[in-house]
Write a new protein. Sequence first.
Lengths: 225, 278
Amino acid sequence: MYNSLTRIQNVFGFFTTVAFVVGGIIAATDFTFSRTPSASIKPTNVQVVKGRPHYYSSKKEEYAIIKFSLDADLSSLFTWNTKQLFVYVTAEWPSVSGANETNKAVIWDTIITSPSSDHLANIGPATLKKLRKSAAGKSVDPSRGKLSLKNQRPKYQITHPSGKVAKTEDVTLHVHYNVQPWVGALTWNQDVDFALWKRMARGISKAFELPAVKKKDDSTKAKAK
Amino acid sequence: MLSSLQNPRQAAAQLLNFALILSTAFMMWKGLSIAADSPSPIVVVLSGSMEPAFQRGDLLFLWNRNLLAETDVGEVVVYNVRGKDIPIVHRVVRKFGLGEHAKLLTKGDNNAADDTELYARGQDYLERKDIIGSVVGYIPFVGYVTIMLSEHPWLKTVMLGIMGLYRLTNRNQMSHQPERTQNSLIFGTPAKDVTSALPRFIYSKQQENAIIDHVTSHLDTEFKFDNLDLLLEKLDLHGYEDVRNSRLENLKDLIVKKIKSKIALMRKNMGLGNLPID
């Protein structure tokens, strides 16, 4: 009835049960931490250029470069179950002025690792050492959730399948986040409050218009002057 | 091997049990599939393009219904490139338009460039139908077993070997089960001569304790004579299902009747009231 194989089997079965229950409890504790994120964002410099936005682009098209300033306090999103925070800024605009926002594009993003997952980040050893030092041995470091960017260059240029983005109206910048847990459910910024989790305070810029295409000769002329 | 030939009933039960486990697993998978409206509601991460969020071997739970909102920018989705059957887990970074034919562009968090290069020839954007689900839940490491199995095929052989060994030892265990015949002795009397009167069941101390255990662990008022098989095994009086005495009475029935009256007597002595025996 009880040979060593059934014993091993029982131990393994018990281990997996315990592991899953503990995992479930850890995932559930997310709801016991309050979330009070806030952010403010504004565009600082907007340009529209005609050219190849990527090295692999097959055709020339209009693309917009939106520089922005961002101040965000996402420190309350860091708990013991936070593996990383993915923060991204989108530009959103309606196809027809006044309609729902039907065009969305990420212009900038960043991964903020929790000190417990620093070793997983795709960075060099020197940067890793610096990052580790910044947390000073803490397993949770809320200070990492504070962002302050001035006139930040976007990582991605905005294009549109039609190839035209110049003079687009009603463009807004939005700050979003995605909390990646060590175990459990992935969560994003909410539009409504949910128990201890508050919606993002502000986090949307005023509407602005993309300018006309910047002429190449304009810039060369400017340089010549 | 031989034991299974000798005892086809046991072999059939074992086969049935195995089939039951397989079909339960299959039904749970398909049930989840229907609930999530996704052909594969649980996927294992195969590449590092979403690191540090997802490592190879992590388990992702997918949801493919748009109950409240459409699949949007920022969601991590699993999609199949047209014409290829490799699921890719990446984040949606652009969305143009609304509804079924919205144009979606994806990118791995850990990749420098977006996925335009990964898509099929002539395909610049994904559509909703290319996506088999959005990631909603996450469990680390658990899926690594499948990666190990697909990358080191010899592990499969080892696992099959262990399973075979287990079956074999299981068989051996079963052959330890006493072979009961008409000549097996029950309290000194050959089975063929056992009747409802003979022999007297004089229990050993050990057997007496086993019966006391059984009675005290079933103290509820609605006492029923179920689970006697386990008790029979403890009393070493099991395995008489197919044995008959010279009057063609079933030996197990005779034994069970004896034990039932023993239990009834015991309960009466303990002040638990009378029990009707059948």
